[in-house]
Design a binder for this molecule. Structure first.
Ligand code: FES
Length: 355
């Protein structure tokens, strides 16, 4: 039986692929030996680690983040981003699995935060940081204006040096575990190794022990978040007037759904209601006597609900500080992807109607 010549070529390519993959994985998990770089990057590492653990626990302890019916849910944020994101088609497909996506983001952020803060698989954590930041950049923070206020651009950039050098062995739990393994095997941690099997044994033991520590810390963090969520209880619905879907009397102009009475919206104040067509919160205002305007209350940055600060001329987003002009809905400050969506309203008699 003759073996076709391409068999060998194909096999060699397959073997080469495995070897390349194995060395890539080893490179990613291997601690880079650059103590000075690790020392210089330490403050940034601590900041990123704390930020990502905080971001994760904020999500894990917030039941409304996972509740698809909540205005602050991950599903709502995905829906709000899908229209302008370059990967909106993907978001639309993922919305039905939004809760799973939410847990994936929260657990991923927790792993990244623990990895960077404690110095465990720091380069892998940095790759995770770059991937998460890049996916946020393409979705929830896409189109932030001005672009340099985009936090995910900063996080993506910050990940790059850590992908190169990791924690450099400085203040690194993984480096401590590795030194301990070397001591157990009777090897001085200062000694440069030239024994490949011994080096493999050290790497293997370090990998297993570091994995056990990382797994334990990850589970502890996850348990903290889930316990916190249960202690906080279910989200309390925000007070907001719900619009009764009654229409104007026959023959009256314009027709539409009654929001409230004119008297409920004194000049210079805002009246919060729920838009019956979208289920979204909205604000109705009377900037000048007899003139009514209404805006969707969903922030154009990442979909949080803006707060009424109409007394000071604005709607303020509690999440990342975006501001919108109360009279026009125009985006005036902070991150955001445009103005608040305007709703068509008009007053007839003593009531205000949504077109
Ligand atoms: S959601 Fe980020 S500023 Fe509003």
């Amino acid at each position: 039986m003759t073996i076709p010549a391409h068999f060998f070529t194909t096999s060699w390519i397959s073997i080469w692929k495995y070897v390349a993959m194995a060395s890539l994985i080893k490179r990613v998990f291997a601690p880079a030996n650059s103590l000075e770089a690790g020392r210089a990057l330490f403050p940034t590492r601590i900041f990123l680690g704390v930020m990502f653990i905080y971001a994760s626990l904020t999500k894990l302890t917030d039941a409304s983040f996972f509740d698809p019916t909540s205005q602050n849910s991950v599903a709502n944020q995905m829906r709000a981003s899908a229209g302008s994101s370059p990967i909106g088609f993907l978001l639309n497909r993922l919305i039905e699995h939004a809760t799973l996506v939410g847990y994936g983001i929260a657990v991923g952020e927790l792993a990244i935060g623990i990895g960077l803060l404690l110095g465990i698989w720091s380069r892998a954590a940095a790759i995770g940081l770059a991937l998460v930041s890049f996916s946020f950049l393409l979705t929830v923070s896409w189109g932030t204006t001005p672009y340099f206020l985009n936090p995910d651009l900063a996080y993506l950039t910050a990940a790059i040096p850590f992908i190169y050098v990791g924690d450099g062995g400085f203040m690194s739990l993984e480096a401590s575990i590795r030194n301990r393994v070397m001591r157990e095997l009777g090897v001085s941690s200062n000694k440069k190794l030239s024994n490949a099997p011994l080096e493999d044994q050290i790497e293997r033991r370090t990998l297993v022990k570091t994995g056990a520590v990382a797994g334990g810390l990850g589970l502890a963090g996850l348990a903290t978040g889930l316990i916190g969520k249960n202690l906080k209880g279910s989200p309390v619905a925000q007070p907001s007037a719900s619009v009764t879907p009654s229409t104007t009397p026959t023959g009256a102009v314009p027709s539409g759904t009654r929001i409230t009475s004119v008297a409920s919206v004194p000049v210079g104040t805002a009246f919060k209601f729920t838009d019956p067509t979208t289920g979204m919160p909205a604000y109705l205002m009377q900037p000048a006597t007899g003139k009514f305007v209404a805006y969707n209350a969903i922030c154009t940055h990442e979909g949080c609900i803006v707060n009424d600060n109409v007394a000071n001329g604005s709607f303020d987003c509690p999440c990342h500080g975006a501001q919108f002009d109360a009279a026009t809905g125009a985006h005036t400050r902070g991150p955001g992807r445009g103005d608040l969506a305007k709703l068509n309203v008009s007053a007839t008699g003593d009531s205000v109607y949504l077109a």
